[in-house]
Design a protein around this ligand. Structure first.
Ligand code: ATP
Ligand code: MG
Length: 250
């Protein structure tokens, strides 16, 4: 099962959700691959202590622009491997715009070669509909849409829904929604109203699990750790464990 973790809006919790799902499942004994498609390389920097020494030829950049096999790196988390991103991926869109050969399927072609080695593959997407996101959706079975409280955050789901529909129509007819995940939930009116509107709009597609706003997540990332290593009794650790159960029932 290959799942893209996406939102058109920045800072909704995509990377945090990618790391937490991937690390939680890997710590539970599943073989997991995380692919970082965001040029900010946030998940790469958390999960690879030596990230700064990694050359762009050993990152997703090599696959996207030179059509090389996926450069897979081990992480300190047992059973978890990662394909890191690179800042040069920010040019990918411009370069792929003039490519004529399967520019939507470069990730899929290389992922197809290695996917059988894993129980789960997660793709951490950039906050934009770019060729990188299209590559992620084309390679995926499902898209998990991450939504945090706020008017713009809710509004951005409409555009993302259109993008998913477009990829389904042109590149990947099998693409399905894994659901809408509400993150950074707080005991405020704004947060409660946002969740209510999300549930009214997308009904059963909204996941039951809600991720609370929890400072332990930020601290875990500062320490280059996933939440389960940093503080397994944190509220967010319990919430992400519940999400794993909801998404992947035994
Ligand atoms: P981008 O669009 O820039 O890639 P993103 O959607 O990947 O952002 P994250 O990087 O996961 O979002 O989260 C943004 C910031 O909020 C980070 O500093 C992260 O540590 C923090 N954060 C994420 N989820 C939570 C949460 N549930 N509670 C508190 N802080 C959180
Ligand atoms: Mg991110």
């Amino acid at each position: 099962m290959i799942i893209s973790i996406a939102s058109q809006k920045g800072g909704t919790g995509k990377t945090t959700t990618s790391i937490s799902l991937a690390a939680g499942l890997a710590r539970g004994g599943r073989r997991v691959l995380l692919i970082d498609t965001d040029s900010q390389a946030n998940s790469s920097k958390v999960l690879l202590p030596n990230y700064q020494e990694i050359d762009h030829s050993q990152t997703l950049h090599a696959t996207m622009l030179e059509r090389k096999p996926l450069p897979i790196h081990p992480t300190p988390v047992p059973n978890l491997e990662i394909v890191p991103a690179h800042i040069l991926l920010s040019n990918t869109d411009i370069e792929l715009t003039s490519a004529i050969d399967h520019r939507e399927a470069r990730l899929k072609r290389e992922l197809d070669v290695v996917k059988d080695r894993y129980d789960h593959v997660f793709i951490d997407c950039p906050p934009a509909l770019s060729w990188l996101t299209i590559n992620a959706f084309t390679a995926s079975d499902r898209v998990l849409v991450v939504v945090s409280p706020g008017y713009f955050e809710l509004d951005s789901t409409v555009q993302l829904g259109k993008s998913i529909a477009n990829v389904r129509e042109f590149f990947n007819p099998e693409l399905k929604l894994a659901g809408f995940l509400f993150t950074m939930s707080e005991p405020t009116n704004n947060s409660a109203t946002s969740l209510k509107i999300l549930r009214q709009t997308y009904t059963d597609d909204v996941l039951n699990t809600v991720i609370p706003k929890n400072v332990d997540l930020r601290e875990a990332h500062f320490n280059q750790q996933d939440i389960f290593a940093y503080n397994p009794s944190a509220k967010a650790a319990h919430a992400y464990q519940a999400l794993i159960k909801e998404l992947f029932p035994l």
